[in-house]
Design a protein around this ligand. Structure first.
Ligand code: A3P
Length: 280
């Protein structure tokens, strides 16, 4: 069952991301107006994607993830005439060089790691494209070691944090989306250079609420052309609970202690770490 994943440069990827494609990422032809929607899995990627999809008159095409598929990916991406929004779970180091050279805009969504771990645990259990896992305790160990798809949460976040002050990078927090969705929709649209009315922003907020998205996912068929996550095109697997703080129902007090110790050690130079204090 582990054959659904393979290791590339020491990091686990889905076998739906072919080794050939991963090896050729630097051949990707970036356009200056490309936008990358970047995240560690289960951090709220579909949520931001839905916000972007609902911007009126944005003239944007949301593509499937850059690392999903085989080498024909780049030909497919060339066929889009509109501004491309390209999702990815890649760490900063693996992002194609010319995306960095052209300073394409990047929206990085980040979620507190305990909730991210719990969400990924459920994804491992429900998603046939991920290895089966028996227990939370077993998964907790894998997550701590970074022995999960896309590697360690800490390494991913730290690779992007290094560039957090770049003009072309916008960092959005899942927890802040939960507290004030409209404010964050405004941040995202302003960052994309789009001017929306308050009415339009409120309309997007209504359409991207958890219940709205969950209900629509049940109606939508699996359309491989609308895949946001490189780990599934089945949207019904994505909308589980959509809550902040669900980790408390899974972590034992010992696990919390072990996790907090690792967090403190790994994130000792991180400014973003401060954001998570109130969620742990
Ligand atoms: P849970 O498993 O905790 O419910 P991604 O899109 O990166 O795969 O992240 C999926 C997580 O984001 C899931 O978390 C999902 O429920 C949550 N999510 C998706 N849309 C959401 C929304 N509109 N509001 C709140 N959470 C949302």
């Amino acid at each position: 069952q582990w054959s659904v994943l393979h290791k590339f440069k020491g990091i686990l990827f889905s076998t739906m991301s072919s080794e050939e494609l991963l090896n050729s990422l630097d051949c990707f032809d970036a356009r200056e107006d490309d936008v990358f929607l970047v995240s560690y899995p289960k951090s709220g990627t579909h949520w931001i994607a839905e916000v972007i999809k609902n911007i009126p008159n944005a003239r944007i095409t949301l593509t499937s993830p850059i690392e999903l598929g085989d080498i024909s990916k780049f030909e497919e991406l060339k066929t889009y005439c509109e501004r491309r929004v390209i999702p990815t779970h890649l760490s900063y180091d693996m992002l194609p060089t010319n995306v960095k050279q052209k300073q394409c805009k990047v929206i990085y969504i980040i979620r507190n790691p305990k909730d991210t771990a719990v969400s990924l645990f459920h994804y491992y259990r429900e998603n046939p494209n991920l290895p089966g896992i028996e227990t939370w305790n077993e998964f907790f160990e894998l997550f701590l070691r970074g022995d999960v798809v896309y590697g360690s949460w800490f390494d991913h976040v730290l690779s992007w944090e290094e560039h957090k002050n770049a003009q072309n990078i916008l960092i959005i927090f899942y927890e802040e989306m939960k507290t004030d969705l409209s404010k964050n929709i405004k941040k995202i649209t302003t960052f994309l250079g789009l001017n929306l009315t308050d009415g339009e922003i409120n309309m997007i907020a209504r359409k991207t609420s958890f219940s709205e998205m969950k209900n629509n996912a049940v109606k939508e068929n699996c359309d491989p052309n609308h895949t946001i996550c490189a780990l599934t095109s089945n949207r019904r697997l994505v909308f589980r609970k959509g809550a902040v703080g669900d980790w408390i129902n899974y972590f034992t007090s010992k696990q919390k202690r072990v996790f907090d110790e690792l967090f403190t050690e790994k994130m000792k130079h991180s400014e973003l770490a401060g954001h998570f204090g109130e969620y742990s």
